[in-house]
Design a protein around this ligand. Structure first.
Ligand SMILES: CC(C)(COP(=O)(O)OP(=O)(O)OC[C@H]1O[C@@H](n2cnc3c(N)ncnc32)[C@H](O)[C@@H]1OP(=O)(O)O)[C@@H](O)C(=O)NCCC(=O)NCCS
Length: 285
């Protein structure tokens, strides 16, 4: 493993952490600050830890808690009493349950200690780029809506979200906010696509920060699997990352996802020495 992995930024939270005043709310007491930006959505921070909360677009009364730098294996969450105050806030906002962004082990342990359980066990895989790598991009990159823009046009975004739902299912599909976060999480990003008869059958979202590449999302239409589409998408992603002189590419996938693991292993990806976990908790008494 490389000594340093600049982690992709979690969309929005860095900016908010830097620009919002650090006022305390009397109700939340010392150590927890809160800004409610919209109904049941906002930013909570304690010390150096920042988390954003928003309602799940697909599960009623379910909160999505996205913790900044949550992939960082050194990330320490605040003390238990502060974390319990976070949960109190979610209950007061009317949520019945919560799930987190993917967390590295130290942070996950802190939440397990206050009753969270593991919803997804994610393997982190890394490919070390070598001078001998010779990936050739075979699929087109999506053009931005305007020059320099990361965001495809609305009809293409609709196609991507539709395909993502077919590939990942109702509860794990991306919504527009997650797509935006994936595109903005790194210094540069691209979406590569595969079309058959003008129909989108696969896409990959790929990003680069510093000298590290990240495969953020990969999906192939269930009706078009096992015909090499996923492989061509990963190959194109690696070619783009390689052209940016990256030293490594990291991706995560569920430990049970044997097909994705097989595709990545075919390209020489190997498991890193820690995993990530998405955690969840029921908030009802
Ligand atoms: C993972 C995914 C992108 C693969 O796409 P795909 O187009 O089917 O991939 P390919 O056809 O290029 O390759 C599939 C490989 O898996 C192998 N495979 C198929 N079923 C398998 C199984 N049950 N166990 C192990 N390997 C399997 C195929 O033989 C092929 O390997 P090969 O090239 O060595 O023969 C697709 O299954 C998908 O969208 N899944 C849901 C979303 C997802 O899991 N995304 C990845 C998360 S990071």
């Amino acid at each position: 493993m490389k000594a340093r992995h600049p982690k992709p930024r979690t969309g929005g939270t860095y900016l908010l952490a830097r620009h919002l005043p650090r006022w305390g709310h009397p109700h939340y007491g010392h150590g927890v600050s809160l800004v409610e930006r919209a109904s049941r959505s906002g930013v909570i921070w304690s010390g150096t830890t920042t988390a954003s909360v928003r309602p799940s677009p697909y599960v009623a009364h379910h909160a999505l808690l996205s913790i900044a730098r949550s992939h960082d294996p050194l990330l320490q969450l605040p003390a238990e009493d502060l974390l319990l105050t976070w949960l109190d806030t979610l209950s007061q906002w009317g949520y019945h349950s919560v799930s987190t962004s993917a967390l590295a082990p130290i942070a996950a342990t802190a939440l397990h200690d206050i009753g969270f359980s593991t919803a997804q066990d994610l393997v982190l895989l890394e490919h070390h780029h070598r001078d001998t790598d010779n990936f050739i991009g075979v699929l087109p990159s999506l053009r931005g809506r305007w020059p320099g823009s990361r965001f495809p046009s609305q009809p293409v975004i609709t196609e991507i979200l539709h395909l993502d739902c077919a590939a990942f299912g109702n509860e794990r599909q991306m919504d527009l906010i997650t797509l935006r976060e994936a595109l903005c999480a790194t210094e540069q990003s691209r979406v590569f696509v595969s079309y058959v008869d003008k129909l989108l059958v696969g896409f990959v979202i790929v990003g680069v920060s510093d000298t590290h590449g990240f495969i953020q999302r990969l999906a192939v239409d269930p009706n078009c699997r096992n015909s090499g589409v996923g492989t061509r998408l990963v190959q194109t992603a690696l070619a783009w990352i390689q052209a940016k002189d990256c030293v490594s590419t990291v991706v995560n996938t569920e430990a049970s996802n044997v097909v994705a693991l097989h595709v990545y292993e075919n390209f020489g990806f190997a498991p890193m020495n820690y995993r990530l976990a998405v955690l969840e908790k029921n908030l009802l008494p």
